[in-house]
Design a protein around this ligand. Structure first.
Ligand code: ADP
Ligand code: MG
Length: 699
């Protein structure tokens, strides 16, 4: 039946060219199939009838049986029609602002009717604007489903007379014309094993549910289907990549790696670091290109893993690069890695926006003739002028700052793409990582270096600031250093900047010279000044670092033991967690102090409580996901994967895991989807890969 489903929507009885244009523009509905896959976003229980006396403040959608006893037109600022509607328990107003003449003529006084709409309360009086009205006699005869679908709509549509009732009628007409003949898309075995209802039944019940049970199984089936096809695509793309995208096989581990491992390792690697390095080594040793995400909480030692991976590249005669999101972070990496690699004879350089032309020229030359081994930098690495002799490994730190597109830009620098290692401290829950980055393999460092004491986190109100300052003085007296961080949000950058400066001034007053010295770093400073100030702090020359979130990622000052976060309610959970990770890097007990005002929204309260309760990045990510929903998650906007019609990656995580497991199984048994029972599935898969829109083709 796929042919009839591709019919342009204007040919559906009751639609026509002008409505079709509206539907296309407002809802993206161009064909019968689009309408079929246009699902209600909620349902109203129409089995329940309210009495006027029962209505209360909450203005829910209700239906009431009664009679109109009086009608009047009220002139004034906006003309309106007001009808007094009564049942045996009371009276309410029905109000119209549009179509007054027509409605006035059609109203019959004293005839039993059913009104349906949102009841709003004004004092004791209720009113309902633009209610749906039906004669009780017709209402009783009309065949209606128990749960009435409510479709997503737009103001434009309702203004132009395409009400929900009209949409329902259109969908009904669609089912009549197509005889609800929706082809099955999933293989019979899968339907049986995953406990799904057939496509046709699901489509019927999503639009016209016979009962809430029927609706639930229909929703399950369609959510499963949606998630299944996404997983199918991600997994098979991954399989194809493994087979088809050749990488540089790094066959040996040689002089650089071994020299470092035997003579220069500054500490014993953790078990997790060892395991992850082994995974990376195996990956890079194969014929296929590595595309791996390295997840590890802040402070888990990802940099060491990056260095050792880059040494393997070097042992095989290849260059590497490490790309960081900020200059500060890039220069920290540069210093850290240069220090660790001292004595190995590795040529490491840094390239950022502020590198001078002379220096830049040398870098470009050395890069192209291959004498430069490791290049560290910011976005500047992506410029076209930057050409590698042979880039073998690209490490990307704090990946959420870079879009997917940027990732592939690095790829295009060579015929054979480099291996890619993406490092992130944002612990994305595994199911979500799979659905977003299904084309990446994931390694996890789930262990912190030994001897770290868990950071103690407290939540303090601004009114308790004196106590907090006292605590800070005590810590400074013990020789520790302090971060005080202010929010910086793009939209209110000016105000934030003022907050920061005010804060800096009052802190300088409360911690005066010569006893104390206070540093400041923010985004408006020149990179060189920033660096100099960071340097002073990290050398212990200043006690307090006042900063905006520029220090969010990666900065490493082990002697810093207190992180004070001002206006903590304005930060997201993952950001708070990142910031907290700046302390707790030394052997001393560290603290994180979340400062907020008195009034907190429930979500902010949850965020503070979560931070106080746990240091576990994965747990925090789960809460974050629940609070914010996946749309907000960094990097997901570009992924396009989350353009879901019915499933919700957060709420339907269980279905996702389920669907993924089945997708893996299906592909294991039939990797090319050539078995006859998989033909329908294959068809959807191919169309979806081509058009990037599943629902057009799932029918
Ligand atoms: P992140 O994963 O947040 O990037 P880093 O790589 O910056 O963490 O490491 C944090 C700190 O832990 C650094 O000072 C680093 O030298 C140290 N470190 C890393 N691995 C170990 C280890 N196995 N034992 C002891 N200290 C380690
Ligand atoms: Mg790091």
């Amino acid at each position: 039946m796929s042919s009839i489903l591709q019919t342009p929507i204007e040919f559906l009885k009751g639609v026509g060219p002008s409505r079709a244009q509206l539907l296309r523009k407002e809802l993206g509905i161009a064909t019968y199939a689009d309408l079929a896959n246009f699902f209600p976003n909620r349902y109203i229980d129409r089995t329940r009838y309210y009495k006027i006396g029962e209505l209360n403040q909450s203005s829910a959608e209700v239906q009431v049986i009664g009679k109109i006893i009086h009608v009047k037109t009220v002139e004034g600022k906006g003309k309106r029609l007001v009808a007094t509607f009564a049942d045996e328990t009371g009276q309410m107003d029905l109000v119209w602002f549009q179509g007054i003449k027509w409605i006035r003529e059609s109203i019959k006084i004293g005839v039993p009717i059913v009104v349906f709409g949102k009841a709003a309360a004004f004092g004791n009086m209720h009113s309902m604007a633009h209610p749906e009205i039906e004669l009780l006699s017709e209402h009783e005869q009309s065949l209606r489903t128990v749960l009435q679908p409510v479709y997503p709509s737009t103001e434009m549509l309702s203004n132009r007379g395409i009400s929900n009732r009209v949409l329902v009628r259109m969908v009904h007409q669609l089912f009549v014309e197509t005889q609800a003949n929706f082809a099955e898309t999933l293989p019979p075995d899968l339907i049986r094993n995953a406990n799904l209802i057939p496509k046709k039944a699901a489509m019927f019940n999503i639009h016209f549910p016979k009962s809430s049970e029927a609706l639930a199984v229909a929703q399950f089936r369609l959510k499963f289907e949606e998630l299944f096809f996404i997983q199918l695509q991600l997994i098979s793309k991954n399989l194809i990549r493994k087979h088809k995208i050749k990488g540089h096989p790094f066959k040996q581990v040689g002089r650089y790696f071994n020299d470092f491992y035997q003579n220069h390792l500054p500490f014993e690697l953790t078990g997790a670091q060892k395991r992850v390095i082994k995974e990376i080594r195996n990956d890079m040793g194969s014929e296929a290109q590595m595309n791996r995400m390295l997840q590890g909480d802040v402070g888990s030692g990802k940099t060491m893993v990056a260095l050792m991976s880059m040494l393997i590249a070097l042992d095989n005669g290849f260059q590497s690069c490490l790309m960081a999101p900020t200059e500060i972070l890039a220069s920290q990496h540069f210093k850290g890695l240069s220090e660790m690699a001292k004595g190995l004879g590795v040529n490491i350089r840094i390239l950022t926006g502020s590198v001078r032309p002379n220096e830049r020229k040398v870098i470009h030359e050395e890069l192209e003739n291959g004498t430069l081994h490791i290049l560290i930098g910011t976005h500047a690495l992506l410029e076209d002028k930057v050409r590698f002799h042979n880039l073998g490994l690209a490490v990307i730190d704090e990946q959420h700052r870079f879009g997917v597109e940027q990732r592939s830009k690095l790829w295009k620098k060579n015929d054979i793409p480099p291996h890619v290692l993406v490092m992130t401290a944002t612990p994305i829950p595994r199911t979500l990582a799979m659905s977003l980055y299904g084309d990446l393999d994931v390694s996890v460092i789930d262990e912190l270096p030994p001897g770290r004491k868990p950071i103690q986190t407290v939540h303090r109100l601004d009114s308790n600031r004196l106590k907090v300052w006292k605590f800070i003085r005590d810590e400074i007296a013990k020789g520790r250093q302090i971060y005080i961080v202010y929010p910086l949000i793009e939209e209110s950058a000016k105000l934030d900047y003022k907050d920061l400066m005010d804060g800096y001034e009052s802190i300088s007053r409360d911690f005066p010279l010569p006893q104390y010295s206070v540093s400041i770093v923010h985004g408006k400073m020149k990179p060189a000044d920033k660096d100099a100030e960071m340097e002073r702090f990290s050398k212990g020359k200043t006690n307090i670092m006042v900063a905006t979130t520029v220090i969010e990622v990666g900065v490493n000052v082990p002697n810093a033991s207190v992180m004070v976060i001002e206006s903590a309610e304005r930060f997201g959970l993952s950001q708070l967690h990142q910031l907290r990770g700046r302390v707790g890097r030394g052997a001393e007990q560290s603290y994180c102090i979340l400062m907020t005002g008195h009034k907190l929204s429930p979500d902010s309260k949850t965020r503070m409580d979560t931070m106080v309760r746990t240091n576990d990045g994965f747990e925090i990510a789960e809460v974050d996901l629940k609070l914010r929903g996946p749309g907000d998650l960094m990097g997901t906007q570009q992924s396009g994967v989350l353009n879901l019609r019915i499933a919700d990656i957060v709420r339907d995580r269980d279905i996702l895991a389920h669907a993924r497991a089945f997708a893996i199984q299906v592909l294991r048994e039939d990797p090319t989807m050539e078995k006859p029972e998989n033909a329908a599935m294959r068809h959807v898969y191919i169309e979806m890969t081509r058009k990037q829109n599943i629902w057009n083709y799932i029918s």
